[in-house]
Design a protein around this ligand. Structure first.
Ligand code: GTR
Length: 326
């Protein structure tokens, strides 16, 4: 009798401790596979959050598109509060946060250093903070190299060679307009459907950076890759304001934001390694890799100028800030 009373008392005392010790679980959606640089960055992020919160916050990295194959739909879920976080390309995010379009404008960055300086400086950080207006917490920017065209039909040596090619784009008005302005026919479809669409001849190609061209296997079905580097739209790690405000206090949100930023350099490091590995694999496969001549590059740059009269004018303040930091 005495013993069971004691047991009950101990249980009562222990229960709040057990309850308090249960970690807060957060999930982050990632479309890429486990060995992709941004996924590795998220693993590192999860490690830092766990360590710095003393195990009070645990981040579950759901990679490989487990939580959705369409990035636009994933962003929608984050905004709505159904998903805690997502690592996505800024391109589909621009549908929700229009001012981010400035970062996806063609040939806007002079170099990686220029981009990193702007993103980590006042301009980039102000735009991250501004995402709260749209029900997001912008946590960090991640590296994404430069996007270039690839197709299964022919070698593209000049912008004129793009004419008539059916090119898949991300679900983003800017990307649709960009690719159409260059003379191709933009076809917005989800990332996960591109391989089949090219192999079945539904589309002729797509555009992406080296790691995505290789990791998706697109290089197997679209052997012509032209390094025109038309856009270097960064990746972004976004959180749901609704979900975060419900699950976390201010200090915990600050801890998460800091941990995210602390993984940016790690992603760049993993990125550079992967670019080299991807190039090797694609070249060994016998793909046709086309470098642009200076004249051909000038032709690409000229072709996209109309976008500076529309999107560029719309975001003139930000574009001027970016240009002044060259
Ligand atoms: C990749 C990017 C993905 C996704 C993909 C796409 O470069 O990392 O998040 O946006 O491009 O083209 O859909």
């Amino acid at each position: 009798m005495k013993k069971s009373l004691l047991h009950a008392l101990l249980l009562l005392l222990a229960f709040p401790l057990i309850a308090a010790a249960a970690p807060i679980k957060l999930t982050v959606a990632e479309i890429h596979p486990q060995d992709y640089p941004t996924t590795k960055g998220l693993m590192k992020f999860a490690e830092l959050v766990k360590e710095r919160s003393g195990g009070a916050i645990v981040v579950d990295v759901k990679y490989g598109g487990q939580l959705g194959k369409g990035e636009k739909e994933v962003v929608e879920q984050v905004q709505f509060g159904a998903l805690d976080m997502a690592r996505i390309s800024i391109a589909p995010v621009t549908e929700f946060v229009p001012e981010l379009e400035a970062f996806g404008l063609p040939y806007i960055w002079q170099s990686r250093d220029h981009m990193v300086k702007v993103l980590n400086g006042d301009t980039g950080q102000r735009l991250l903070k501004n995402m709260e207006k749209y029900k997001f917490y912008g946590l960090a920017y991640y590296e994404s190299g430069a996007r270039s065209f690839y197709n299964s039909k022919r070698e593209v040596k000049t912008v004129a060679d793009l004419k008539g090619l059916k090119i898949r784009v991300q679900k983003s008005k800017l990307m649709i307009d960009l690719v159409n302005t260059m003379g191709a026919n933009a076809t917005p479809i989800s990332f996960g459907e591109v391989y089949d669409a090219i192999s079945k001849g539904v589309i002729d190609g797509a555009e992406n950076n080296w790691p995505s061209y290789e990791s998706t296997g697109h290089y197997e079905v679209a052997k012509y890759y032209t390094l025109d580097t038309h856009t270097s739209v960064p990746e972004i790690l976004v959180a749901s304001k609704a979900a975060f405000d419900k699950k976390l206090n201010k200090d915990q949100i600050a801890l998460i934001m800091k941990a995210a930023k602390d993984t940016q350099d790690f992603v760049i490091e993993k990125w550079l390694e992967r670019v080299e590995a991807s190039k090797k694999k694609v070249v060994a496969n016998g793909n046709i890799i086309t470098e642009l001549t200076p004249e051909a590059r000038a032709g690409f740059v000229k072709a996209v100028q109309p976008l500076y009269e529309t999107y560029g004018a719309k975001h003139k303040g930000i574009v001027d800030e970016i240009n002044s930091q060259k």
